[in-house]
Design a protein around this ligand. Structure first.
Ligand SMILES: Cc1ncc(COP(=O)(O)O)c(C=O)c1O
Length: 389
């Protein structure tokens, strides 16, 4: 096997360093064999050369039909090809959607805490992002409603991670989702639902995309991604929304100039949708990540019993309340002196909050590596206490 590291990847984690912040799949979860086989079937010397031509803006019909069949089967809910288009991952979709729909109104409401890099995508596009708190049932819709009704909040978009949220792992209840759509209709904003973790559910039913509740109203755009299913380097995902919204997004200048995004990779991935190999791989991911989650929970209970958290039912992350009196950023600094890192809650905050929180990832280390790493974390907490008292 040839392993290339170094400049190839964004986040390097040396063997000696313990990085509990990394929200990436561990190397074992990146299915090179599956993709190599799919590529060898799809890209051959006698393959239609037009596969290398500029493609259609929304993605090839063949790919969209195959994706629709795959999503229908996995979600057990009908998804049709005219409600889907290809995207350059969720990150690319966010920029294109903001560019398409924000117009003069650059205000985006987001959950707080949230996926810190999505906030950066919005601000890089010139947005102002304001936060609404999250609890165990997801975004606190009644707080949003108060701001809309009584504080003249008028966003063009609301950004949410409704399922296995990053970082809290909360899943928004169906009642809140329905209420949010009503508010979007009344106050005229779009709901952008970032949903990369829906399939990574442990011992529970897979939650359907938020867009499945939209019923043609054109208020919800769900974003899916192959990053956490096959690999982030594919830069491939999908946008799921009412056909008239899809038609509008597909007119974005980047797509008409570029001929859609990533059509060759889409055709390769299509092979894995059609032959069932992605469905099988998803089952492996659920099992492996579910075990890692359980080991992380047990290790925290054993080595840092004062840490409080809700056990995640899916996704990549556990959102922990640090032991009394410890501030996340100060602890993070101590961690650096001991070759250990985690995501301080403040990094996921929209305005300086969550100082008593840490986001711990269970996607990156194998189950048998986790207990030792949590022991190291417990020692960092001890060292931090010794330094600060
Ligand atoms: C909530 C969320 N959205 C989007 C992304 C990035 O998705 P993509 O690789 O499809 O751009 C991540 C990656 O960690 C994420 O956690």
């Amino acid at each position: 096997m040839t392993t290339q590291t170094g400049p190839l990847i964004q986040t390097q984690v040396p063997e000696s360093f313990c990085n509990l912040a990394t929200g990436q799949p561990s190397p074992r979860l990146l299915p090179m064999e599956l993709l190599a086989y799919a590529a060898s079937r799809r890209l051959r010397p006698d393959t239609d050369r037009l596969l290398l031509q500029y493609a259609t803006c929304a993605g090839g019909e063949h790919f969209r039909e195959g994706l629709a069949a795959f999503l229908t089967q996995e979600f057990q809910a009908r998804v049709t090809a005219d409600t889907l288009m290809i995207s350059n991952g969720i990150s690319g979709a966010l920029a294109i959607i903001f560019g398409t729909f924000s117009g003069q109104n650059r205000l985006v409401v987001s959950e707080d805490p949230t996926y810190f890099l999505a906030r950066d995508v919005f601000t890089s596009s010139g947005a102002e992002v304001v936060g609404v708190p999250v609890d165990a049932e997801g975004l606190q819709v009644e707080v949003l409603e108060h701001k809309l009704r009584h504080e003249s909040l008028r966003p063009s978009m609301l950004y949410t991670i409704p399922t296995h949220q990053n970082p809290t792992s909360a899943c928004m209840s169906e009642a809140r989702r329905r209420r949010l759509i009503e508010l979007a209709e009344e106050f005229n904003f779009l709901i952008i639902a970032d949903e990369p973790y829906n399939f990574l559910a442990f011992n529970q039913e897979i939650i359907k995309p938020f867009a499945a509740l939209d019923e043609g109203r054109g208020r919800v755009i769900s974003l899916g991604s192959f990053s956490k299913l096959l690999g982030p380097a594919l830069r491939l995902g999908w946008i799921h929304a009412a056909p008239h919204l899809i038609a509008k997004i597909a007119q974005h200048g980047v797509l008409s100039s570029g001929g859609g995004v990533n059509p060759v990779m889409a055709e390769i991935v299509l092979e894995t949708l059609v032959d069932g190999s992605l469905s099988t791989h998803i089952k492996t991911l659920q099992q492996v990540l579910g075990t890692r989650r359980t080991v992380l929970v047990e290790s925290l209970q054993k080595y840092i019993p004062e840490m409080q958290f809700v056990t995640p039912q899916g996704g990549y992350f556990l959102w922990a309340k640090l032991p009394e009196g410890i501030k996340a950023l100060a602890l993070w600094n101590t961690g650096q002196q001991h070759a250990l890192s985690f995501m301080p809650g403040t990094r996921c905050a929209l305005g300086g909050g969550h100082q008593d929180r840490a986001r711990l990832s269970f996607s990156f280390y194998e189950a048998d590596e986790i207990p030792e790493r949590i022991q190291r974390f417990a020692k960092v907490i001890e060292a931090h206490r010794a330094q600060t008292t």
